[in-house]
Design a protein around this ligand. Structure first.
Ligand SMILES: O=C(O)c1cc(=O)[nH]c(=O)n1[C@@H]1O[C@H](COP(=O)(O)O)[C@@H](O)[C@H]1O
Length: 284
């Protein structure tokens, strides 16, 4: 797989082009739509309301987005028209900006193959988020095409993540580190196209995953509405080259009066930490 078509080299090219590791979450919450449309809080949004909101968000963030991450839930909530709209929005995003479909799929291989067709063939996403619970054969259909990639949930950002993901295995290490190792190995036997989701709300997990998997790409949600500490999380999870991590932010941008300004400020905050990590030689 050449660097011009493989997912992570393309993501890297975009990060360098806009000097940004900020991933823009496209999560059209109903409460946000009331800000931009005539819908009142009691009525369900229409696909047109959602499209207007997403168009505005994309327009405001185009210059700083290293990628877009639409969460399929908010589109499925609209029924059939929602999926059509999602495909339409993805088609509007310029080709040099990767689209990561947040769908957290996880099912037996043959069913996973159908999900992969839906994500890549119909929606034309470049990458997906997956749940690891059903093991490697539930992941493989999403990474057989080396131009695509999967970010597998390793340590999620929500409080309930400790219920299972932090359980100690027989070697005393938490389950999420085993997930990290499994995914790293899987990536190596494919096109290095497996990344991990590690929440920015758990910096200890970020540190441990980075130390276990020095090269892996990490998607680290949890900044803004979920209260993660941007500086601490990036310091824990970035590679020494200031890459290897992207931070998706949704509500902290989409709720802002000035979405463009909020996104630019986040980009700058992230870059300040990246510069410290690179110049400070945190990891050598
Ligand atoms: O896979 C994800 O992106 C994800 C994983 C995770 O552990 N936590 C998490 O919040 N997310 C998603 O990231 C987004 C976070 O949104 P904000 O909290 O508004 O920035 C939502 O779409 C979540 O579904």
């Amino acid at each position: 797989m050449s660097d011009s078509t493989a997912f992570f080299p393309r993501l890297c090219a975009r990060i360098r082009a806009v000097d940004s590791i900020l991933c823009i979450g496209l999560d059209p919450h109903t409460s946000l739509l009331n800000k931009t449309t005539s819908a009142d809080s009691s009525s369900l949004p229409t696909a047109a309301d959602v499209e207007a909101f997403c168009d505005g968000l994309i327009d405001a963030t185009l210059a700083v987005a290293c990628c877009y991450k639409p969460n399929v839930a908010f589109f499925e909530a609209l029924g059939g028209p929602g999926l059509e709209l999602l495909a339409k929005l993805i088609a509007k995003i310029p080709k040099d900006i990767p689209v990561l479909l947040d769908c957290k799929r996880g099912d037996i291989g043959s069913t996973a193959a159908a999900y992969a067709t839906a994500s890549y063939h119909h929606l034309k996403a470049d990458a997906v988020t997956l749940s690891p619970y059903m093991g490697t054969d539930s992941i493989v259909p999403f990474i057989e095409d080396g131009s695509k990639a999967a970010f597998v949930v390793c340590k999620s950002s929500n409080p309930g993540s400790n219920d299972l993901q932090a359980l100690a295995m027989s070697d005393g290490r938490p389950l999420y580190l085993h997930v990290a190792r499994l995914c790293e190995r899987l990536g190596r036997t494919h096109d290095n196209n497996v990344g991990l989701v590690v929440g920015a709300t758990d910096c200890e997990a970020l540190r441990r995953v980075r130390s276990e998997c020095p090269d892996v790409w990490i998607l680290a949600p949890g900044i803004g509405a979920q209260g993660g500490d941007l500086k601490e999380a990036l310091t824990a999870g970035l590679r020494p080259d200031g890459l290897g991590m992207i931070m998706p932010v949704s509500r902290a941008i989409s709720r802002a009066e000035d979405m463009r300004g909020a996104a630019e400020e986040l980009r700058q905050q992230m870059n300040a930490v990246r510069r410290e990590v690179v110049h400070g030689g945190r990891m050598g």
